[in-house]
Design a protein around this ligand. Structure first.
Ligand code: DGJ
Length: 370
């Protein structure tokens, strides 16, 4: 009897040992564009994502895609992974689940894109913002959604979705000539027209990110005005609403996929053009103040395929762990025909006399940063 028990234990031990070997070899580098396996040996499913660091652990949140063309709709929710080193990621499950209630704003099958989580030090809550499109309405709703959790990994509770800043005019620095300000009595261009159309009900909010400044204030940056113009909008101290103070950036030039970061008191933003799931040239901006003026600086990418961001589109820029003033550019290589196969392009950001540069690397690790 004892012998049988022992051999059973041995068999079980070997099964779990070989499973763990099969599960995932430990990574010590980034391989942009390649399959990136989690601790279970499964390709990471966190597209259009962002990362928050909390107490030495990194949490990566992104859109959980499924196989096939339907895969770009939210059939599951927002997936979360955790890591200590940014190379090896543990599956933490679904942080925000879509709802089976068809009346819910986040009903299964809606479009829920580019989730970004920030930690609010005052309320001690994790706050998730995302771009939300209501079930069956294509990209017409253009809403911002917000959810909240006590733990980084969730579960997140959905709070509300809406179009921001209803009835509010943009903030302009004193001295801004009237000719540079939107005038809803006489909109000067197409984008101004969309802005004025949406003034009563709130501004459209699609591709987005959230940025927390050194003073703890948070900002929601999103493609608005039928994707023609970016808005950068201040959030309330609890990060759960908009204060009504916002600016418009690069009016009429169709910027998507914004990702913000700050180095030595200067604000940087990387984004893309607007060509659906197809890649286009990245673009970057810089500003001395969060409320602008934001200067358009061109394409930060260099070398082969820099005209299509190496096949990707920006989603987040992450401060490199333990390397002050160094950053990682994160992009998605979308696979619209089989969304779950989308890949991740992470590349180091280089600083060159006030400019930023991004170059392709097949393989790299954090020792690249001085
Ligand atoms: C590009 C955006 O960046 C994505 O998040 C997604 O909205 C697609 N367009 C949809 O075509």
């Amino acid at each position: 009897m004892l012998k049988t028990k022992l051999s059973l234990a041995l068999i079980l031990f070997f099964i779990s040992f070989s499973n763990s070997l099969l599960a995932q070899e430990k990574l010590n580098a980034f391989f942009p564009g390649k399959i990136w396996k989690d601790n279970n040996g499964v390709h990471i499913n966190a597209h259009g994502g962002g990362i928050v660091e909390y107490k030495g652990t990194y949490y990566w949140y992104g859109e959980h895609k499924i196989e096939g063309e339907k895969g770009n709709t939210a059939q599951v929710g927002v997936h979360c992974y955790s890591s200590k080193d940014l190379y090896n990621w543990k599956d933490e499950g679904i942080a925000l689940a879509v709802s089976d209630d068809l009346k819910s704003d986040i009903a299964k099958g809606c479009i829920l894109e580019r989730p970004k989580v920030v930690y609010n030090k005052k309320t001690k809550k994790f706050v998730m913002w995302f771009h939300l499109e209501l079930l069956g309405k294509g990209y017409e709703a253009a809403r911002a959604g917000v959810a909240v959790a006590d733990k980084a990994t969730g579960p997140y509770t959905f709070i509300k979705s809406y179009r921001p800043n209803a009835g509010k005019m943009p903030f302009y620095a004193s001295g801004t000539p009237l000719t540079e300000q939107v005038n809803c009595d006489k909109p000067a261009n197409k984008s101004d027209g969309f802005f004025c159309r949406d003034l009563p009900g709130g501004q459209m909010a699609r591709d987005m990110t959230v940025f927390v400044d050194d003073d703890g204030k948070a900002y929601h940056i999103f493609s608005s005005e039928e994707n023609f113009t970016l808005h950068l909008a201040e959030l309330t101290p609890d990060y759960l609403s908009h204060t009504g103070k916002f600016i418009r950036i690069y009016v009429g030039h169709q910027t998507e996929a914004p990702a913000l970061f700050k180095k030595d008191g200067t604000y940087y933003m990387v984004g893309s053009g607007c060509t659906g799931w197809a890649p286009n040239p990245a673009r970057w901006f810089k500003s001395k103040s969060i409320f602008g003026p934001w200067e358009f600086m061109g394409n930060p990418c260099e070398g082969e395929k820099s005209n299509i961001t190496y096949g990707g589109q920006s989603t987040h820029v992450l401060p490199a762990p333990g390397k002050k003033g160094e950053f990682i550019f994160m992009a998605d290589k979308w696979e619209p025909k089989n969304a779950i196969d989308g890949r991740y392009l992470w590349l180091p950001v280089k600083f060159d006399k006030g400019d930023i540069k991004i170059s392709w690397l097949d393989k790299w690790d954090l020792s690249i940063f001085k």
